[in-house]
Write a protein that binds this ligand. Structure first.
Ligand code: HEM
Length: 234
């Protein structure tokens, strides 16, 4: 009897060891940084999509990105000099376009992503390959969805700038209190400076968000060019 109990204990220990080593090996094979928060992302995310997203985070320093808000949407350019990273950028953008088309949400714990998928049918996403990545134009005839897409594009830029540390930060909806707090604009950019609200000097101007904006001084112009979303409404 005792021998039977000892044998079954040994088998249980072996099973636990296989499970632990098996899982560790799996994570290492995929070359990912640890990511406990992905557990809460839900099961709708295919392993391939997550693998690519993790790899993009790991390689974020090799990615360049510019975002331009246009009247009815957003235009982004995301590129890398590394061919493997270029391929991942293309793969990810195409995979996310499919998810929008098929309404297969991702990152549903994040208010902005959840809202985006709720309005997926109002989004038109055009992806063109460039020499080093992708140019994406996203448009909608719904003004609220335009704001969602523009906020999302900024969120992606944050992912690119900060890497894995931004993976589990959630994003507020445009127009929510948290979002409004971050808007610092004081003037209209025509007669009053968007940064300080002071009268503008018409010789100090810049093309931002597709229009000519005037400032009271050059420091304000630099600030708005660096972070247009803080001072100018789309
Ligand atoms: C370094 C990390 C990432 C890069 C370089 C990247 C890149 C891109 C690009 C180029 C697009 C096309 C639209 C645009 O340019 O704004 C896009 C769209 C999208 N990405 Fe990512 N992404 C990253 C991280 C993530 C993460 C962490 C998620 C979610 C878990 C995600 C989900 C999406 C979704 C849902 C879309 C389509 C929705 C839309 O564009 O409106 N991405 N991403």
């Amino acid at each position: 009897m005792n021998r039977l109990i000892r044998a079954s204990l040994r088998m249980t220990a072996a099973a636990i060891a296989i499970a632990v080593f098996g899982l560790t090996g799996f994570a290492q094979d995929r070359g990912q940084e640890g990511c406990r928060g992905c557990m809460r992302m839900g099961q709708s995310q295919g392993p391939q999509d997550m693998q690519t997203i993790h790899a993009l985070f790991n390689e974020h320093k090799k990615i360049r990105r510019t975002v331009k808000n246009i009247e009815n949407g957003v235009e982004t350019l995301t590129e890398s000099d590394d061919q493997a990273v270029q391929a991942m950028i293309v793969e990810h953008a195409l995979a996310m376009q499919k998810r929008l088309e098929n309404k297969q949400p991702i990152r549903q714990w994040d208010p902005l992503f959840a809202e985006l998928f709720k309005h997926a049918e109002k989004i038109t996403m055009q992806i063109s390959k460039t020499q080093r990545g992708v140019r994406v134009v996203e448009t909608s005839s719904d003004a609220y969805v335009v704001k969602l897409m523009q906020s999302h594009a900024q969120g992606v830029s944050e992912f690119v700038a900060e890497g894995m540390s931004s993976m589990h930060k959630s994003h507020e909806l445009p127009g929510s209190k948290a979002d409004e707090k971050s808007f610092l604009g004081k003037g209209d950019g025509l007669t009053t400076c968007p940064v300080t609200g002071a009268p503008v000097d018409k010789s100090i101007k810049a093309e931002i968000l597709g229009r000519t904006v005037y400032f009271c001084c050059q420091a304000c112009r630099d600030a708005a060019q660096k972070n247009p979303e803080l001072y100018l409404k789309p």
